[in-house]
Write a protein of this length. Structure first.
Length: 288
């Protein structure tokens, strides 16, 4: 059994091996799950976007606990303006989030006290997968080894994710008969440099632009990736759009184990749901 997780609020401004000038002194909320025994790997979790993060809290905790019991040291943390971290969602930019991921990876290495050469895994969920893919090369350069990736239901195109998020505003206003043209209006506001509010989240132009430009491209330093999706049905299958992306990653030298498991889309279900097959598949693939 892994030890109990440790909770902490860490200030990247004063506990950071990287240049912190691009960030505020707002603390980031962290949960560290020690490994059972000497760590066989270090895992950094980068959560999903906006409300999808809240829906996924339980699954992230279940997976972190399972990995800890399997010998991995895991760090969960909330990005700037998200969850229990300080700051407002409206303070966040894509570049600040990338800097947070880089800081958290180095903090994890120090916190885990792992032997030199212990593999690092970046675990990204949905939009979090876009962040870890973009941050991987910088983290690899800083640590001397390319990190492996665990990708849960990865978002392939940030522009699509942004469009889906903006539609939440449209759906809410349709209930009042005012939904027509809402997404286009929001885009114009963002393009004009104005912050907009969607489903209780303040979205500033710098974050929207970074998300819109992001695509799930393979990091230059090739390593190993575990790509897992959940799907309904007796024989779950990967989404059709995933195959072209997987082909690009493998052509770039990445070894990618990709599969789909049965389970609910827990990041968007009305009630909090579990996908135990996803936890089991993740732990097995990373442990083999």
């Amino acid at each position: 059994m892994a030890a109990e997780p440790h909770f902490a609020s860490i200030d990247p401004e004063h506990d950071d091996p990287f240049d912190a000038t691009a960030r505020t002194d707002a603390a980031r909320f962290c949960i560290f799950h020690p490994a059972a025994g000497t760590p066989r790997g270090l895992v950094l979790h980068v959560h999903a976007f906006a409300e999808e993060m809240n829906k996924s809290r339980r699954m992230a905790a279940l997976q972190s606990s399972a990995l800890g019991a399997a010998g991995f040291a895991v760090l969960q943390f909330d990005l700037l303006g998200c969850g229990d971290s300080a700051g407002d969602f409206g303070d966040a930019t894509w570049q600040r989030w990338l800097a947070d991921v880089a800081w958290a990876a180095m903090h994890l290495r120090r916190r885990a006290s792992a032997p030199p050469g212990t593999p690092v895994w970046l675990w990204g969920h949905r939009v979090g997968a876009l962040l870890v893919a973009q941050a991987a090369d910088g983290i690899g350069a800083a640590t001397g080894a390319a990190p492996n990736l665990l990708l849960w239901q990865p978002t392939g195109i940030g522009k699509t994710a942004l469009q889906q998020f903006l539609r939440l505003k449209s759906a809410a206003e349709m209930l009042d008969g005012r939904g027509k043209g809402v997404v286009e209006t929001l885009k114009r506001e963002l393009a004009a440099g104005h912050t907009v509010e969607v489903a209780g989240y303040r979205l500033q132009p710098a974050l929207a632009a970074g998300l819109e430009a992001a695509t799930l491209d393979p990091p230059r330093q090739a390593a190993h990736a575990v790509w897992l999706e959940v799907a309904s049905g007796e024989v779950p299958e990967l989404m059709p759009a995933s195959h072209a992306t997987l082909q690009r990653w493998r052509a770039a030298g990445w070894t990618v184990d990709a599969s789909a498991v049965s389970g609910p889309a827990f990041w968007q279900t009305t009630e909090i749901e579990d996908a135990p097959a996803l936890v089991a598949a993740s732990t097995k693939s990373m442990s083999s």
